[in-house]
Write a protein that binds this ligand. Structure first.
Ligand code: NAP
Length: 251
């Protein structure tokens, strides 16, 4: 039986870690013992400082993940910097809001490309090394809209539902090769992604009324689940979407 939450000696790659949930996860993985590579389009100076303060190494990879063009280079640079990728956290994501009847093709494609297509092809590229070593962990950031339809966010609901499907598809093919693939579905977390909702008095009140815990989540609320799914403690867990939502889905 393995019951270890330690990530000592592990190397992680986290996308979109300059802020929000990605930052909280990257720092938590470092606190649990992992060296961490960050891939994103914005400078993650604060995250690098927080990781280095834990005594772990941090590698910064500049990449715009709105297309799969940089995927091979991101994996190569992470491996060059840290020697391997044991843990991949696919966190980078965007949301576009508009009424259904006028929702544009560009808002459809942008969300599907960043949130689903890049997630799959980056996972594929990172999984090759994991399969060679017979071990690895992929953690995808899904959403409550992996389970629900939401309002005015059809491409986001489609992409995040797709994240649930592709998590299970990858889990099935990689399980016998020693690689576990799971997802976390964060509830309503106070980040840039939800700034518009937090600022909308009516939606903010409706959201809070439905969360049994009675508050918005904080990025740090996601960190424990991420460390668990990245660690040996979850070696027999694969193909799951774990909601971390203050009880929202239980209502
Ligand atoms: P956030 O603060 O907006 O963070 C999103 C991250 O993704 C940022 O680092 C962002 O970089 C990065 N990103 C977006 N497009 C990118 C691109 N083309 N190339 C590289 N990086 C890109 O929001 P968050 O709430 O922490 O979101 C993190 C993940 O959690 C997303 O997948 C989101 O869908 C998911 N999620 C959030 C909530 C919530 O309530 N907040 C709930 C469920 C799921 P920039 O700073 O450069 O834009």
């Amino acid at each position: 039986m393995s019951l270890s939450f330690s990530l000592e000696g592990k190397a992680a790659l986290v996308t979109g870690a300059n802020t929000g949930i990605g930052q909280a996860i990257a720092v938590a993985l470092a606190k649990a013992g992992a060296d961490v590579a960050l891939a994103g389009r914005s400078e993650p100076a604060e995250t690098i400082a927080l990781i280095e303060a834990t005594g772990r190494r941090c590698v910064n990879i500049k990449a715009d993940l709105s297309s799969i063009e940089p995927v091979g280079r991101v994996v190569d640079e992470a491996v060059a910097g840290l020697g391997k990728i044991d843990i991949l956290v696919n966190n980078a994501g965007i949301i576009r809001r508009d009424d259904l009847l006028q929702f544009s093709e560009s808002d459809w494609d942008a969300v599907m490309d960043t949130n689903l297509k890049t997630l799959f092809f980056l996972s594929q590229a990172a999984a090759r090394g994991m399969v060679e070593r017979g071990a690895g962990k992929i953690v995808n950031i899904a959403s409550l809209l992996t389970f629900q339809g939401g309002i005015r966010v059809p491409s986001y609901a489609a992409a995040k539902s797709g994240v649930g499907g592709v998590t299970k598809a990858m889990a099935n093919e990689l399980a016998a090769r020693g690689v576990q693939v799971n997802a976390i579905a964060p509830g309503y977390i106070a980040t840039n992604n939800t700034a518009a909702l937090q600022g909308d008095e009516t939606r903010n009140r409706q959201i809070l009324e439905r969360i049994p815990t009675g508050r918005w989540g904080r990025p740090e609320d996601i960190a424990g689940a991420a460390v668990f799914l990245a660690s040996p403690a979850s070696d027999y867990v694969t193909g799951q979407v774990l909601a971390v939502d203050g009880g929202w889905l239980a209502r």
